[in-house]
Write a protein that binds this ligand. Sequence first.
Ligand code: ZN
Ligand code: ZN
Ligand code: FE
Length: 758
Amino acid sequence: MQGVGFRPFVYGLATELALTGWVRNDGDGVYVEVEGPKRHLSSFAERVVRDAPTRARIQHSSLTWSEAEGFETFEIRHSDGHAPPTVVVLADGATCDACMAEVRDPNDRRYRYPFTNCTDCGPRFTIVKGLPYDRPLTTMAGFAFCDDCRREYEDPLDRRFHAQPNACPVCGPHVELWDAEGNAVAKRNEAIHQAGQALREGKILAAKGIGGFHLMVDAANESAVARLRRRKLREEKPLAIMAGDLDQARAICTVSDDAAALLASPESPIALMRRRDDADVAPSVAPGNPRLGVMLPSSAFHHLLLEAAGRPLVATSGNRSDEPICTSNEQALADLADIADVFLVHDRPIARHVDDSVVLVDDSETRPVRRARGYAPLPVNLGRELPTILAVGGHLKNTIALAVGSNVFLSQHIGDLDTPRARDAFENVIRDFLDMYEVTPELLVHDLHPDYASTAWVERLSRADERPTWAEALADIPRLAVQHHHAHLAACLAEHGVDGPALGVSWDGTGYGDDGTIWGGEFLLGVASGYARVASLRPFRLPGGEAAVKEPRRTALALALDAIGERAFDTAAGTTFNASERTLIASMLAKGVNAPVTTSAGRLFDGVAALLDIRQTVSFEGQAPMELEAVADPEERGTYPFPLVTDEGERPVLDWRPLVEALLEDRTGGTSIAVVSARFHESLAEGIARVVDQVEAETVALSGGCFLNARLLRRTRERLEAAGRRVLVHREVPPGDGGISLGQVAVAAAHLASREER
Ligand code: ZN
Ligand code: ZN
Ligand code: FE
């Protein structure tokens, strides 16, 4: 990897052990030749791996002995020529403690300097414009070193040796505070001071961060937060919080040791943690949500801003509703002028948008929800050579992936591809990745769904008048469509380096099935090269199709009509419809008009949430299941009947009808929603275990967005492990659709390999 300080580390270690020789970055890795007394060499060999810099990841190392050449000194040799495409671009890292100590030291030349960084920390991916990773090819190119910074940069024993973004108040970028018209009202420290004051007064601040703008507001000020929601047209989706330090985080959430370590890590993600009952956080920050997403400052800039504000701040992406995050001052001013009262900007350009990452922390484990700043574009290494493959991912929570060598480079979170701007961002990321690694793929992989914007983009490559000119070279490259839930299974296997066969429990909201229906509650037995659909949820219809996603009550009525007949109209969901709506929905379902068939587990969660009157309509996907999970009694272990049934000639299906009937009876009998919800979760875990019991597979992979549900994941895993199965869950990529692109690569690589064998 470049930019982790490996060469200076080797230099320091060799010097300390009085060894001579050289170190060189040579494209596919670091080469070191050292000579000296044998016991020093052994100690070197051990420590070079054990004490490697924080941000280095050693994928492989090997050692050979040779005759001494009689080196007089130890030197850092410069790699000649061009960085080969296998070089790993580092992710952005939060400002380290050593740098922050300087920022807080009134006698230091970097006192209160927002852009302080070193070889161990600071921006990387968001400043890289091309490879090799060298200052002229970063967005720091326009800032010429002062003498002091140059000296640090050139001294192998300095902790800023070859720190490409090295800067100081004399030579580096600076901040300014702008009003909504773009007039500078304050500069440097005064700008940060006034920004803090504006936040304390309840104003909305647009602040240029590492990978884009944040919109910030006092997290305890309800009217200010509500105003931000109104202006941003964001109804109920939770907003993230930036706390000034761990103490502030602990005042609003239960922070486990794991969570504390994660918050303070170089990746510095948003951690989703249980909110405290006494948290001084405005209700509008995360309505109906028992968790809060909290991060700590990820740069000196943010530390200073949080200190100036003196309180936790809402810090949400600086964009309009679901558009990509703004990265330039001009764009932010144009897009956010109606939202923000003041703008805290600076003159270091952002090379590409990178959102904050999100990690779910659940007691003893963490799961990636959104992989962006701090993680992207670090690869998942599959441990074997792969053909060059470009995978364009799904449609929602999109990421793309590029396989080069043995690495699968995963893009930052791009988001839902519903708007033209989002689709532009998607195209730019593809171009960016192909440029950066200078490769032309052998194969293009996309989802089986013909209507996904990502699929459509690949389709358009064939049409000269519709494809971007830069993409001409992609026009004739072979393509492969991969089934969505197979990609989920393959992603989970790939990140664990497991070939399978395994039983993939792929549970999510939606994915196009190979029979043309909407899948989402699947049991797929297979490997990367293929699968058999061995079971699923019992299919049901979604009255109104997409409308049912926004209105769980529609799904609820469909489920209940199937489970208990006409009595469905008397349920909490049924009574929300008037007589003519009921007739219409019943007829849609009976005739199968505008009521597509699905096996979606996500929709089953939706429907049950509506039957329990937790939520009849939603403003974002996953809202109803999240609230259903939130109310579940943690102790309750009861279950409802959820049999695995096989009709003639059909695959076995988990029949939810007895489950729905029993939970409605429970409710009518006065059982609390908390207990009913818990029993529903327990039943699903039991149902999954029932299917697994019928299948000859030692390994079970739990993938798909439903496994962000901590209760479902934990209880399913416990049951399966008790039954002696090996259970794989996601650690590197999100279980949701952010992980699809990795699975697509794995499927495609297996496809190419099996074709070669034939
Ligand atoms: Zn540092
Ligand atoms: Zn300087
Ligand atoms: Fe999915």
